[in-house]
Design a protein around this ligand. Structure first.
Ligand code: M6R
Length: 572
């Protein structure tokens, strides 16, 4: 994961401004950070980015880290340098064969200061440029390194900034007086809209007045620039956390999406619906929350008479036969490496790629033959909330094009009705905050919702939670139900779920029913005003989001940046 940001400028730039840009990438990893400049600054620390640095520079590289190799320490934070301290690098990705490279370098006398895979890059270049220039060493690195990398490198005393990448993203921003380069355009979207994306196995050489892009063999490439418009979300407004703000934004984001699907995105919507109808098979691929949304996609398409399947991205290669398939990727970030890897695999065969992404210009969108945007707006909290409900609405709209009967006109109003339940959910959160385990059960379209609510409880509230098919309880998990074990039961119109809930209740479970049924079934109930089953899925999820939020708040947890996680998961 990690976010990297660098710049080369004709004017002096303050290091705190560099870190301000880096801060926009903090959602990619936030356990430590650092910066190095051509004017001698070399600063790193653990924890979130502090903007107190004061140094003026023309070249800077910086990184915000999500640890993979080596613990969260100052030594392991980026930038890294070689033995002389002259070669400085920041890296996003994993050098899989770093041990082999490191051992070779150690036999040549190199001493390492960190436990990271990344540090080998600096030493590799120290060794390489003894015999050849930096460009030639980049070509060698492409041939020798295995794994994923986007790297920014500069050498003290030189007036060039180098960037090279494989799999991890890199984008150049064209400024008035120089260039920016970052893991994604959010880092500099407030400074320029003109960007150039680097593709895999390419490198860029940037000076203060121009930049050139080369393939890995050193052949210069011509590349047009793109103009991007990114809506950047900076403030939490009246909300204490981005998570709560993003939960509350769901009525507006739903309306925005629906409006775009009737206008700007109409053509692409019809093209994707057509591609699904005409494909031999449709396979959804996604991770985490987006995977649960894609399970709902399978459900909705089935209702429209179309068979499809959803395969979790990290297992895609072993489970999907995607010849002649339409592979549909769902991703908030558009950068999830498991999904990118699955799509690369699919592309090797005869699959076509469609995607639903929230972040425009993201790698997954650029890899796709057809793409729709989920239009949820920037989501800052690590936990996906508004992007999930918009993924569902998007899937419903496609299913509707294909014959599923659903009326989405009232969905924004239905979502708003959940917020009237917030005080009750807060009280429930207080009562559940010390529980070690919570079970959530559902059937049919409530099954993916149960998984999604469990994920929210785990990542935000740090409570072990299991979301499962109600019918599966009796096949094993029922053994874990004791007196007062909380079981959140998602009771929509599916008839069998009530029997499953009774089975748990008979073993002493505390049943918390989340239902849109009129009749009273259980003592403890949260009634949601969903008219359709699909509406139930969205509204029940939002109750789950609020529950996870208020439990985490009761526990004083770092809600927007939960431990060990990052918003954009760019490693395999
Ligand atoms: O950006 P993506 O939708 O591809 O991300 C997939 C998962 O990493 C993501 O949904 C993750 O599970 C969230 N933290 C869940 O809230």
């Amino acid at each position: 994961m990690c976010g990297i940001f660098g710049l080369i400028s004709q004017e002096l730039v303050s290091s705190s401004d560099v870190l301000k840009s880096l801060k926009h990438l903090e959602y990619r990893g936030y356990d430590s950070y650092g910066i190095a400049t051509d004017t001698g600054l070399f600063e790193k620390d653990v924890g979130e980015i502090k903007l107190t640095s004061s140094n003026n520079c023309n070249i800077a590289i910086s990184q915000t880290r999500w640890a993979t190799h080596g613990g969260v320490t100052k030594e392991n934070a980026h930038p890294h340098h070689d033995c002389t301290g002259n070669v400085l690098i920041v890296h996003n990705g994993i050098i899989e064969n770093y041990m082999e490279i490191k051992e070779n370098l150690q036999t040549l006398g190199h001493k390492f200061q960190s436990e990271t895979d990344s540090e080998v890059i600096a030493h590799y270049f120290e060794e390489g440029i003894k015999a050849q220039n930096v460009e030639e060493t980049i070509s060698d690195f492409f041939n020798e390194a295995k794994g994923t990398f986007s790297v920014l490198l500069f050498i003290k005393g030189s007036d060039r900034l180098y960037a090279f990448k494989r799999d991890s993203p890199l984008v150049i921003g064209i400024g008035n007086r120089g260039f920016f380069i970052a893991s994604d355009p959010y880092a500099f979207s407030q400074l320029t809209q003109d960007v150039v994306f680097l593709e895999d196995d390419e490198y860029a050489v940037l000076t203060k007045s121009r930049f050139s892009i080369f393939d890995k063999s050193g052949k210069e490439l011509s590349r047009g620039k793109n103009k991007i418009e990114l809506q950047k979300e900076e403030s939490r407004g009246k909300y204490e956390h981005f998570m709560l703000k993003e939960i509350h934004e769901q009525p507006e984001s739903a309306e925005k999406l629906l409006e775009s699907l009737e206008t700007r995105q109409k053509e692409n919507l019809l093209a994707i619906a057509d591609a699904i109808k005409n494909s031999q098979k449709a396979i959804f691929v996604a991770s985490g929350t987006s995977y649960y949304a894609s399970l709902l996609g399978v459900y909705f398409l089935k209702k429209a008479g179309i068979e499809s399947q959803a395969i979790i991205a990290s297992e895609f290669k072993d489970y999907a036969n995607c010849n002649e398939a339409l592979v549909i990727a769902l991703s908030q970030s558009g950068e999830t490496m498991d999904v990118i890897d699955a799509l690369k695999h699919a592309k090797q065969g005869s699959a076509r790629i469609a995607s639903f992404v929230n972040v425009p210009y993201s790698t997954i969108q650029r890899m796709s033959d057809l793409s729709l945007q989920t239009e949820a707006g920037q989501e800052i909290c690590v936990a996906s909330t508004k992007s999930f409900s918009n993924q569902i609405i998007l899937l419903l709209t496609i299913a509707k094009e294909l014959g599923y009967k659903i009326n989405l006109r009232k969905i924004a109003g239905e979502i708003k009705s959940v917020f009237a339940l917030e005080n009750g959910i807060r009280t429930l959160a207080h009562g559940l905050k010390d529980k070690h385990d919570i079970y959530i059960i559902g059937r049919g379209l409530s099954y993916p919702v149960s998984r999604e609510i469990a994920l929210k409880l785990k990542e935000i509230s740090y409570i072990h939670a299991e979301g499962m098919m109600g019918g599966e309880l009796k096949h094993g998990t029922l053994a874990l139900i004791e007196k007062d074990t909380p079981v959140i039961a998602l009771i929509d119109n599916n008839e069998s779920i009530v029997s499953n809930v009774r089975e748990a209740q008979a073993r002493g479970a505390r049943i918390i029913a989340l239902t849109n049924r009129k009749e009273k079934l259980f003592e403890e109930e949260i009634k949601i005003a969903a008219e359709s089953d699909a509406g139930f899925a969205i509204l029940a999820t939002i109750v789950g989001q609020l529950l996870a939020y208020y439990i985490a708040k009761e526990k004083g947890l770092p809600i927007d940046k939960p431990r060990n996680l990052s918003k954009s998961v760019t490693v395999l």
